[in-house]
Design a binder for this molecule. Structure first.
Ligand code: AMP
Length: 281
């Protein structure tokens, strides 16, 4: 792939592609690419003529005590993996290229759902995430932008921003890619030691327990997941919630229908998230 770090250059390359009638799909990432990211790239390739993968660890979406400094940066290996997928363009700007005047004056305000779940633990995270997504959409002007279901709240908020701001882009969402044992792939998994890696399986098994009890209703599904999590002493639970996919608000205990079970927990110093769709009856 051609690795581009300049906004002006990327714009001119993509303008030429569009002039030739080629459609563009953007896959925003923070790098440290794994097979989950590559599933997004594969979908992008199916949907568009030209795939742009952005690799940018966006300082705006990290809190002061989060892992911005130690977030894995593996650009060379990432570019090599994308080469094997015949991706033509990798956009890997510096923070100075994206935020030349330092912190931007103008930001996207994500709204009240952004204060729940991930947002409750990470204040300002979703404003920072939406701001960089809006910038990337403005820079690349893709017909389609691809996200993973792994970050379910992010998908909800991005779709809502695109609707609220009438942005001319289609959102495509790709299912969660997991290791064979069920652990959702994440760039942060590499921080887990062997014990925490084993313990982290409780996330997918708790979601599985919720799904297995979902025919007995909300309380039973929550109880099943909670008891699975309580059985793993190395898991420090952050939140567990059943939300309505249409509103992303917690469902009441009389709710029947489609829901998403969300979970976040810390293992050692590594915080992981997972989710699963289920139907409460
Ligand atoms: P990140 O680099 O963590 O910001 O993730 C970039 C994109 O990849 C986001 O849309 C994520 O939801 C998606 N992604 C990360 N992990 C997975 C996974 N295990 N399965 C599917 N998509 C994923």
């Amino acid at each position: 792939p051609l690795v581009v770090d300049s906004i002006v250059e990327l714009r001119s390359l993509l303008k030429a592609e569009r002039a030739m009638g080629r459609s563009i799909a953007l896959v925003p990432t923070m790098g440290a690419l794994h097979d989950g990211h590559l599933a997004l790239v594969a979908r992008a390739r199916d949907l568009a003529d030209v795939v742009v993968v952005s690799i940018f660890v966006n300082p705006l979406q990290f809190g002061p005590h989060e892992d911005l400094d130690r977030y894995p940066r593996t650009l060379e290996a990432d570019v090599e993996r994308l080469g094997a997928f015949a991706v033509p363009f990798v956009f890997a700007p510096t923070a100075a290229e994206m935020y030349p005047a330092g912190e931007p004056q103008t930001r996207i305000a994500a709204g009240s759902v952004a204060n729940l779940y991930e947002g409750a633990s990470r204040p300002g995270h979703f404003d920072g995430m939406l701001t960089v997504v809006a910038k990337l959409l403005g820079i690349a002007q893709p017909a389609t932008v691809i996200f993973g279901r792994k970050d379910a709240q992010q998908v909800f908020l991005v779709k809502r921003m695109i609707t609220d701001l009438n942005l001319p882009v289609k959102v495509e969402v790709v299912p969660i890619v997991r290791d064979d044992d069920g652990l959702a792939l994440s760039s942060r998994n590499r921080y887990l030691d062997a014990n925490d890696r084993q313990a982290a399986l409780v996330l997918s098994s708790a979601l599985g327990a919720a799904a297995a009890s979902s025919h007995q209703g909300t309380d039973a599904a929550m109880a099943a997941a909670r008891s699975a999590l309580a059985g793993e002493p190395l898991a420090h639970l952050d939140y567990l919630e059943l939300v309505n996919p249409a509103t992303f608000l917690p469902v009441g205990n009389a709710y029947r229908g489609d829901a998403i079970a969300l979970v976040a927990a810390r293992f050692g110093s590594t915080r992981l998230i997972d989710n699963r769709a289920l139907t409460l009856s």
